[in-house]
Ligand binder design. Structure first.
Ligand SMILES: Nc1ncnc2c1ncn2[C@@H]1O[C@H](COP(=O)(O)OP(=O)(O)OP(=O)(O)O)[C@@H](O)[C@H]1O
Length: 316
């Protein structure tokens, strides 16, 4: 999977007052560049509205990027969506891709035909999924009668019957009890070990990442904020804070000892400094040396992401 400067801009019309409508652009994905090698298991996390679903939709070919280059298994998803469909599996925690009124077995038969999976291969895959996901007693139950955890296992099996090289999972453990969560995670590890399936996992549950992924990418405001191990993420998140400085006019990046300018937009500049340092002397220095209008200290976004996830984990 290879992304180079991928962008997605949405035009949104917003009503302003009674009659006027304002056109605004939302940059849901803003220049994403990363690679995921074959067989990697990667967590893809970020706060609500960060651009995760938009990325996944582009990776499946549902949405066309506004800019940049995107390849999955060597295929341009938007151009060859059908060819790509044979190579990828997709699981959405919040909705099912199964036929609501049909027993699992019939849904699987439809997948079999839709993807023209060779009979022997299909039977082998189905047997393996039934065994590992413990679906034996559920095959003849209509999907609507399944519990959430049972349905999720059924969905995961459906996404894998055509031997995809890449599996996208969007919140696969949401709403599941501890036993079902553990089962899903174990299954993903087994699948990866046996088949070398590449996994991209979106989740708000840190344990999913801890137990399944070897790498985590954090996205915020459509940009990649972090790419590395989970351990490294804690350090990065706790490492820096930002001083947001509004100057009277546009200036070249300002120089304040112990900080570095990470972004400039007109008269506004962002200065990163170590989280362990006190902000007060930095504020005094900026105020003394530059024409200042306003100033605020921001906690790092990554830290906010982690804090939020840990909060959710504690209360789970
Ligand atoms: N079809 C659309 N039209 C306009 N704006 C959109 C559309 N889809 C997404 N957006 C906007 O793009 C941004 C990114 O949304 P996206 O759904 O990708 O975030 P997310 O990281 O998946 O969030 P969540 O965790 O809440 O699912 C948001 O500001 C969202 O409002």
């Amino acid at each position: 999977m290879a992304l180079d400067g991928v962008e997605k801009v949405f035009d949104v019309r917003r009503r302003v007052g009674l009659l006027r409508r304002e056109k605004r652009q939302v940059r849901a994905v803003d220049g994403l560049t990363f690679r995921v090698a074959r067989g990697e298991m990667v967590g893809y996390i970020g706060p609500n509205g960060a651009g995760k679903s938009t990325t996944i939709k582009m990776l499946t070919g549902i949405l066309t990027p506004s800019g940049g280059r995107l390849r999955v298994a060597g295929i341009d998803p938007a151009r060859e969506r059908t060819r790509l469909a044979r190579r990828i599996g997709v699981v959405f925690g919040q909705r099912t891709t199964l036929w609501w009124d049909l027993p699992l077995r019939d849904s699987y038969r439809l997948v079999h035909r839709m993807y023209r999976v060779p009979d022997a291969r299909f039977r082998e895959n189905l047997d393996r999924c039934v065994e590992l996901l413990d679906l034996g007693d559920l095959l003849d139950v209509p999907v609507r009668q399944l519990s959430l955890g049972q349905r999720m296992r059924g969905d995961i099996a459906a996404a894998l019957l055509h031997d995809p090289d890449v599996l996208y999972l969007d919140e696969p453990t949401i709403g599941l009890d501890i036993v079902s969560k553990a089962r899903v995670r174990e299954f993903l590890r087994d699948l990866n070990a046996e088949r070398g399936t590449t996994v991209l996992l979106t989740t708000h549950d840190l344990t999913d990442i801890e137990q399944v992924c070897t790498r985590v990418m954090v996205i915020d405001h459509g940009r990649l904020m972090y790419d590395g191990t989970l351990g490294g993420l804690h350090e990065a998140g706790a490492g820096e804070r930002t001083l947001v400085v509004d100057l009277e006019r546009e200036l070249p990046p300002i120089e304040v000892a112990g900080t570095r300018v990470v972004r400039v937009e007109g008269p506004r500049q962002w200065l990163a400094f170590p989280a362990s340092a006190s902000a007060a002397p930095l504020v005094a220095e900026v105020a003394g040396a530059y024409p200042l209008v306003d100033l605020s200290v921001r906690e790092p976004d990554i830290e906010a992401v982690i804090a939020k996830m840990y909060e959710e984990r504690r209360s789970a």
